[in-house]
Design a protein around this ligand. Structure first.
Ligand code: BGC
Length: 772
């Protein structure tokens, strides 16, 4: 742990201002509400280093691909989550002298993220110049109750200053992305208006033509009493502001409240955006800060009452899991099937806010166990609606007859990343999307989903696997050549064990469902086959051959699966032999050296052991874990959580604990030295899995719930909330007993330590802990 952020069970605290840590802190203290997000940039002017970021869910820009050597099949563009008009701005000047923390004398500085109530607060005392010492504090939140609203309370107290304070509350549309490929700005102004105490700025994105209107209005108080001031107006290209000049004496306090509404054409008609924003602001103003804040806090209260994880005896682990749960809930609320979860959510530009396989492999399992069925269903429908485009993606690469290759990176179903190895070669994502259908159904028993949507996706993906597998006369087996597995530190390898296994699993599962549904829903299946021109008799023959004769690389001596052909030719030295100064290797070694090394960026064979756990016995899982874990550098955020779940599964509980801390505190302690770019939101779901599936041993199979809890030595107890179908329950595990509370009005059935139980509505059951 690096202890930069102070440990507290409900807060993240930064004491003292360290400009060199500002980008990191801006990521860690980000706010969001599923609809929009905001990095923890300062409201007032700041000339130091900062990554400015205001984001609106679903609003993106297709930035033309930039590569050294264009090859056929490259995606045309790399989608960018857009840095949207900056709505947080409140500039401050003291007798005409502008406040800028990069130049001010800072006497104290504290920034906190309140996880329980969902707000960001900064308090600092500065001396702008002689006899100009001010105590400033700002609190802001992005309303969970009314997601288009962002509210700021900006307070200035004079310590020794008598004179004039000027506030300039503004919206600035002249923003750009740091990661733009050609230095272009992506927004065009549509309209702007500003009057006394309010204004609306509307911009549209180039190419995608999303319209976003951001409106602001203000209230001002002096020594807690409202004051009315005729504000100044600034109205220039891409910028609107109201300025307030107020006199202040030592001991007095001025507070500016800034109410902002941001609406986009994703949810509102373009023509009415400005009026809609005005109406929203009028209502916000009528409610006022305190009411809006308490409604927001109330939403968080509801979230925590059904999702909190309590860990007794380990404040660092406690803070970390709440930090993870907080950010997951800030990023995605599951209400809108057009939205998804970018690897960095709304906390930075990296990964463009696009959808990756992370959603199906990590985030879906989290939402399946924590949310109502509709949330998981929406995540699946998102992919279903991209099926046609995925078929086109495959066609561009030479596949045919309705084979689908889902994109590795997407905003709208099209592939949109500019790295060949990652976009095309990581075809394993197709398997994750197929597995998601199975995962959803085993959790929800929503069998209709298979007939209505799931099977169509599965057939298209199976068609892809069938065409992507080729026959090797040499091996007398089917092989899958030229791929990148989840471990991106190996490119263009053949027979990645995980990919081959997934391909076969998909075809098998698809066949099984076709055979079942032909009996139970013959009419629907016939109609589907007609729609997608599927000749079952013909296509299934090849699938069955591939299933029977797929090649899987193995090391017969160690009796482990091999990550890919040729893996054993590498020098196998443990990751612990890499000098600490050379970690992470992706920031110190050449790409060539990384590719030649045996080091594994993230779970690969072990990802397969995790996904298909029920197909392998504990000894097999153990042998593979013992072989691969020492070679894994966990330089993808998605790695440690999976290793942690597996370590729990095979009884390596203290190893599981170390890996848990690594995944849970990845961002707080910046293990991979990249938090400045944004937080690892999708991996946060993995952190949750490390507790609930790992230590808690929770599984759902065939619509049945299983628990096999263990507890790390350091913890006195831990408890988590989870859902099984529509039953919410809480599990508390101590060294002595396991307590399961049914929090719903339905009976909860489960198997705990291999024994069946029924817990009546709102009742609690206690069972003695069984040590593994
Ligand atoms: C990982 C990928 C992941 C991506 C986005 C990469 O570092 O290797 O598996 O999809 O990050 O999280």
């Amino acid at each position: 742990m690096n202890n930069y952020f102070k440990i507290d069970e409900w807060l993240v605290v930064e004491e003292g201002f360290n400009p060199e840590m500002n980008r990191e802190a801006e990521s860690v203290f980000s706010l969001g509400n599923g609809y929009m997000g905001q990095r923890a940039n300062f409201e007032e002017k700041y000339s130091g280093d900062s990554l400015r970021g205001s984001y609106v869910a679903g609003v993106y820009y297709p930035d033309k691909t930039r590569v050294g050597w264009w090859k056929n099949g490259y995606p045309e563009y790399f989608a960018k989550v857009l840095n949207a008009p900056n709505w947080i701005g409140v500039d401050l000047s003291v007798d005409g002298q502008s406040v800028d923390l990069a130049n001010a004398g800072i006497i104290s500085f504290r920034r906190i993220l309140n996880l329980k109530e969902g707000y960001l607060e900064r308090s600092f005392i500065i001396t702008v110049s002689k006899n100009k010492t001010l105590e400033i504090s700002s609190r802001r939140f992005l309303s969970m109750a009314e997601p288009d609203l962002g509210i700021i309370r900006y307070s200035v107290k004079s310590v020794d200053f008598a004179g004039t304070i000027d506030f300039t509350g503004y919206i600035d549309g002249d923003v750009k992305n740091e990661d733009t490929n050609y230095g272009k700005k992506f927004w065009k102004e549509v309209s702007r208006e500003v009057s006394s105490c309010s204004g609306v700025f509307t911009a549209r994105t180039l190419k995608t033509d999303f319209h976003v209107s951001s409106g602001m209005c203000f209230e001002l108080t002096k020594n807690k009493k409202p004051i009315t001031i005729n504000p100044g107006i600034i109205n220039r290209e891409k910028y609107i502001a109201n300025t307030f000049s107020v006199s202040i004496q030592p001991g007095e306090e001025l507070v500016l409240y800034k109410y902002v509404s941001v609406l986009s054409s994703l949810n509102n008609r373009k023509e009415s955006l400005v009026d809609d924003v005005k109406l929203r602001l009028k209502r916000a103003l009528a409610k006022g800060f305190e009411k809006l804040f308490s409604e927001h806090v109330n939403e968080w209260k509801k979230i925590w009452s059904t999702s909190d994880i309590v860990i007794e005896g380990d404040p660092a682990a406690q803070q970390a899991i709440r930090f993870n749960i907080f950010h997951l809930n800030q990023t995605y609320t599951g209400k809108d099937e057009r939205l998804n979860i970018g690897p960095k959510g709304f906390t930075g530009e990296k990964y463009g806010g696009s959808t990756y396989w992370d959603t199906e492999a990590f985030v879906l399992p989290f939402f399946l166990k924590t949310s109502e069925q509709q949330v998981g269903r929406n995540l699946l429908l998102y992919r279903y609606k991209h099926l046609e485009k995925s078929i086109s993606n495959a066609e561009k690469l030479g596949f045919r007859d309705g084979a689908a290759l889902y994109p590795m990176v997407t905003m709208n179903g099209e592939e949109c990343h500019n790295e060949w190895e990652i976009t095309f070669e990581e075809i394993h994502r197709n398997g994750a999307i197929a597995f998601a259908v199975y995962n959803y159904i085993r959790h929800t028993c929503d069998d209709d989903y298979m007939t209505d949507y799931g099977l169509e996706v599965l057939i298209a993906i199976s068609r892809f696997w069938s065409q992507r597998s080729t026959y090797s006369d040499n091996l007398r087996k089917y092989v899958i050549l030229g791929v990148t597995g989840p471990n991106e530190y190996e490119n263009n390898v053949s027979n990645n064990w995980y990919t081959n296994f997934l391909a076969v699993w998909t075809m098998n599962y698809t066949l099984k469902n076709i055979e079942l549904l032909q009996k139970t829903k013959p009419g629907e299946i016939k109609a589907l086959f007609r729609k997608i021109k599927f000749d079952f008799g013909k296509e299934a023959v090849r699938w069955k051959e591939i299933i029977k004769d797929m090649y899987y690389p193995v090391d017969k001596n160690r009796n482990v699966f091999l990550q890919q052909d040729g893996f054993l030719d590498k020098e196998l030295n443990p990751a612990s032999s890499i000098p600490p100064a050379e970690r992470p290797i992706n920031q110190h070694w050449s790409w060539d050296r990384i590719l030649r090394s045996c080091y594994i960026k993230q779970a690969d064979v072990l990802q397969g052991m995790y996904v298909f756990e029920d197909q392998f016995d504990s000894e097999t899982i153990k042998r593979n874990f013992d072989f691969y874990e020492p070679l894994t550098v966990h330089e993808s955020s998605l790695s440690a959580s999976i290793h942690s779940v597996i370590a729990s599964r095979i009884g390596y509980i203290e190893k599981a604990y170390d890996l848990y801390l690594r995944t849970a505190r990845l961002d707080l302690d910046d293990y991979n030295k990249e938090v400045a770019d944004g937080l690892h939101i999708t991996s946060m779901a993995g952190t949750w899995l490390a507790i609930v599936e790992g230590f808690g041993g929770m599984r759902i199979n065939d619509c049945k719930l299983f628990l096999n809890p263990q507890i790390p030595a350091k913890w006195k107890s831990y408890s988590f909330h989870a859902r099984f179908r529509d039953v919410l329950f809480e599990v508390k595990v101590s060294g002595k007993e396991v307590e399961v509370r049914n929090l719903s009005h339905k009976i909860l059935q489960l198997e705990l330590f291999d024994k069946k139980y029924q817990i009546k509505e709102v009742e609690t059951m206690k069972v003695k802990m069984i040590k593994a």
